[in-house]
Each structure stands twice: as C-alpha cells, then as structure tokens.
Design a protein around this ligand. Structure first.
Ligand SMILES: O=P(O)(O)OC[C@H]1O[C@H](O[C@H]2O[C@H](CO)[C@@H](O)[C@H](O)[C@H]2O)[C@H](O)[C@@H](O)[C@@H]1O
Ligand SMILES: O=c1ccn([C@@H]2O[C@H](COP(=O)(O)OP(=O)(O)O)[C@@H](O)[C@H]2O)c(=O)[nH]1
Length: 488
C-alpha cells in the first residue's frame, strides 16, 4: 500500500464489465448495465486510476486487469452474498426505500450483516490500491458504509461519495432500522454528492434529526477525537451527465444513421415512432406509460395503423421478486394491447426484453419521433440526456417525468406527472402532433444544456471541490491537487 498506488480510485458495486468464465476456462466480459457505468467510464479512461468493483458473477476471483486504458480490480462475492448484500439489502431494502417506497422495502438482519461485511471488503480493496494522499471516490447506495470503514484504514485519503439514486425524505429514511449506521458510514467522506439539491437537503435534515451532530447549511461538523482531528463534511448537488459529444458523434456516423433508417423501415414506416428505453425496473413507470399509450389508441386519438411504440426493457435484477412481478404485469399489458390493436405485419407495441450496445441505442434514438421517460422516481435518467445528444437534426420530442433528476435541468422537455394518466395522455398526444418549428426550438434549448454540462464537467466539478476541501490530516496533498487540476 502507499506510494506505488493510484491517485484516483473509484469504488463501485460493479466493474464496468461483467465477467464470466467460458467453457474452455478463459475469462470473457461484457459491458455492465445502467447509467453509473455510462457516466464513469469516460472519467476513468485516461486517468491514473483504478476501478474497484464486483465482476457480476459468483465466486469469481481474478487478479487486477486492464480494459480500455482502465485498471480493473475485481472484488469477489459468493452466492449467499449476492443474495443478501446485492439482491437483498441493496435492491430489496435500500432501492425501494430510497425510491419513495414504490415497492415495499424488506428489512432483514441477515441482509444487513452481509451488507456490512461486503462493504468492509470493498474498503480493504480500495485501501490496497490508493497511493498516499490519493482521492478515493465511492459510488452509490450499495457502498454507504465504505467511507467510514476506509477512513479508519487510511486516514491520509481524501474520500468522496456520490449517490446516484435519490436520498429520501426523513419520514421515509427513518424506517431503516440501521439508519444511524448508514449516516455514520456516509459521514466518513469529505464530500457527499447527490443528483438534486433536494436529495442533499434530505440528507442534511436526516443527520440533524437522527444524530447529535451540528449542521450549518450544506456542512456537517465532526468534532475531534483522541485519534482524529475535527473536520467538516459537505453535502451538495452534482447532477451527473453523459459523454455528450461522444454520443453526438456516434449518432452522426453514417452507420448509425443508416441503422436508424433501417429500424423505421423494419417497423413498417409508421408516421410516428415512440420509444421507451429502461432497465425493467418498477421505478421507471413503464406500466403507467403503456397504459396511457393504450388508452390513446382506445380513444382513437392515436391511430394504431400510423403509430407504434418501441419499448426496450433490459433485463435487471431478475432474482428479486418485485422485478419478476413487474415483468409479468408489463408483458400481460403489452400482450393485451397488441392483441387489441395489432394487425398482421403491424404491432402497436414492439416489446424488446434485451440489452443493446450504445450504437444501437443511438440508432433507436434517431429513429424515434417521441422519447418517453416516465419514471415514478429516478436519480437522474441518462437515457433522456442521450436522446437529446443524439438529435443533432434538432427533431424529436422528449416527454420527461417531473420525478427524474433530469427534470431539474431539461426545461425544453414536455414535463409529465406519470401518476396522472390523463395528463400524460395529453402530453404524449401533444408530443406526437408537435409541429417541426416547436420541436426544433425545444431541442435546440435541450441540446445547449446537454452538450455544455457533460460528464467531464460533472467529474471535474466534484473532484475539484473534493480537492479544495482542507486536508483532515493537516498535511498538504500535492498528488491530489495536481490530479484534480487535470480535470478542471
Ligand atoms: O447494477 P445494477 O443493479 O444492474 O443496476 C444498474 C445501475 O442502476 C442505477 O443507476 C443509477 O445511476 C444513473 C447514473 O447516475 C442514474 O441516471 C439513474 O437514475 C440511477 O438509477 C444504480 O444507481 C447503479 O448503481 C446501478 O449500477
Ligand atoms: O439496452 C440498453 C439499455 C440501456 N442502456 C444504457 O443504460 C443506461 C441507463 O441509464 P439511466 O440513468 O437512464 O438508468 P439506470 O438504468 O442507470 O437506472 C444508459 O446509458 C443507456 O444507454 C444500454 O446501453 N443498453
């Protein structure tokens, strides 16, 4: 440990690749799902950094390896830990609790024990990779105890934490039997980033009400102990983004443009193509969206012969009960609407339970006249930003839920409350019938925002703020400051 380590260590539940062992014993990998990987990949490429994370498979122990200029450091989880730490505590306790209890959270002591143990393992792996005075940037709700555990192991480090999902209001957060331990875990960081201002305020309020600590605005004061000096923790919003220019270029490429045309032809050249792209997750409002669309067909406001909805629902957390139930509900609804309004050679809904690479995503965005993002609650929603980045033709309309982090930033979208089905029907109809002049005006406004506030700006802003916070050990941190300057 120490001098020979990395200057920036990212610690996330997942590596950016999912690894597996093929039949002949060689290691194979594929890109991991979700927006966290989309956002952090460009940050890490070219940085003197390491990414510590789980490989996505049980009992897979592998040495650190390099992919696309990144040093990847696998953390091994056994089958029981996957069930209790990942599927259980992370995705059946914290995920529903932090997303407005859309599904009921389950509280199990064995899951919590596993969460603690696995967080300790991640903290040890991070400690073993970081150079003296390095920055360690811990990601997301699966690893909320890591900041404190890591500070115990390596008080020389500067520790940042970013929460990719919402932080709930006190009245919901306080249901968590281990709420105090979670707050203390997070407060091991020097800087805690959230997607929205409201998330940061919810966190500070929870600290004020559930601990004895003093807070002042965005700051929490931690008093000195025999072992550690006094320090201040800052909690602030840092809305995440995408590599907008890269996505813009990708969507301009002749191959992607040709693929977009091909998609429309394969769909039967409808007048209006609507698109939804989500992990198959109950937070994404997929059922509400499909219900609204189905009613528009039923009311005769949309003509099923002229219109189609492409719904990508990529497989996610398939061992968790609430996800299995959602799949049943969505597929029943899609089947009913297609049975009612489909014809030979024409489906009202094209439902795709698959994951696609970025090139295909870009082609789908280009092929879509209307993009439907109707989450009931969503930390940010990068799909909304990708749609905008892909539309250099300034055509297309984004329908966006008020309950996404993206809604704070993307004022050119048509905003919807997904719980209000009639309101959503009106918004979808308005998007489908919007004249090209208004489309262009709105899309230009959206593109200005997405192309300016990209993921490089996000990470620079977070890392510069973290680098500027006084070193708790009262020692200058030259490596850290030099590194953050590269990002600014
Ligand atoms: O790793 P999984 O369990 O397969 O889930 C995928 C990721 O989902 C979540 O993404 C969030 O991060 C996005 C980027 O900040 C944000 O736009 C979105 O609103 C969030 O839901 C989760 O937070 C990640 O940890 C998962 O890897
Ligand atoms: O088949 C798919 C579906 C989604 N995505 C990507 O997964 C991310 C989803 O991020 P978002 O923030 O919208 O939601 P999350 O899944 O992280 O909750 C985006 O970058 C999508 O382009 C993908 O690459 N292939």
């Amino acid at each position: 440990m120490g001098k020979d380590g990395f200057n920036l260590v990212v610690v996330a539940n997942r590596l950016p690749v999912d690894m597996s062992i093929t039949e002949d014993g060689t290691v194979d990998w594929q890109r991991s799902p979700g927006g966290l990987v989309t956002a952090l990949e460009p940050v890490m490429q070219g940085a003197d950094g390491a990414w510590v994370g789980w490989s996505g498979a049980p009992d897979l122990t592998a040495d650190p390896f390099d992919v696309d200029g990144m040093r990847l450091v696998p953390v091994s989880l056994n089958q029981t830990e996957i069930e209790r730490y990942y599927e259980g505590f992370s995705n059946d306790t914290l995920w529903p609790l932090y997303h407005d209890v859309i599904a009921p959270p389950a509280f199990h002591r064995q899951w919590w024990d596993s969460y603690r143990k696995v967080n300790q393992r991640f903290a040890e792996a991070a400690a073993s990779q970081a150079a003296h005075g390095a920055i360690v940037w811990v990601q997301d709700y699966q690893l909320q105890l890591v900041p404190k555990l890591l500070r115990n192991l390596r008080p020389d480090l500067r520790i940042g934490f970013f929460n990719h999902i919402p932080f709930p209001p006190l009245e919901i957060f306080q249901q968590l039997p281990w709420r105090r331990q979670v707050l203390e875990g997070l407060l091991g960081a020097d800087l805690i980033g959230f997607q929205r201002g409201g998330d940061a305020s919810n966190f500070v309020r929870a600290v004020r009400r559930l601990t004895d600590l003093t807070t002042r605005g965005q700051h929490v004061m931690i008093e000195a102990t025999d072992d550690a000096p006094a320090r201040t923790v800052r909690a602030a919003p840092f809305p995440i983004s995408i590599d907008s220019h890269h996505f813009d270029e990708l969507a301009r490429s002749p191959q992607v443009q040709a693929r977009a045309r091909e998609i429309r032809t394969d769909l039967g050249d409808p007048e209006i193509v609507m698109l939804g792209v989500d992990r198959l997750d109950y937070t994404k409002g997929i059922r509400h969206r499909i219900k609204a669309y189905g009613e528009l067909l039923q009311d005769g406001r949309l003509d099923p012969a002229k219109c189609t909805l492409v719904q990508v629902a990529s497989p996610s957390r398939e061992n968790v009960g609430a996800y299995q139930e959602l799949r049943d509900h969505v597929e029943t609804l899609v089947g009913r609407i297609n049975g009612e309004y489909g014809e030979i050679g024409h489906s009202a809904i094209h439902y795709l339970h698959h994951s696609y690479p970025p090139e295909e995503m870009a082609a789908l965005y280009l092929a879509a006249d209307v993009m439907l993002v109707t989450s009931l609650r969503d930390g940010m929603n990068l799909v909304a930003k990708e749609y905008v980045a892909a539309r250099s033709d300034t055509a297309g309309v984004l329908v966006l839920s008020e309950f996404t982090g993206a809604a704070d930033e993307l004022a050119g979208a048509i905003m919807v409350n997904p719980h209000d089905i009639d309101g959503m029907k009106d918004a979808i109809y308005r998007a489908a019938t919007m004249d090209s002049r208004e489309q262009r005006k709105r899309m230009r406004r959206l593109r200005r925002k997405v192309l300016t506030d990209d993921v490089a700006k996000w990470s620079a802003s977070f890392l510069t703020t973290l680098g500027g916070i006084p070193d708790p050990a009262h020692s200058p941190a030259p490596t850290t400051l030099a590194m953050t300057q590269e990002y600014s």
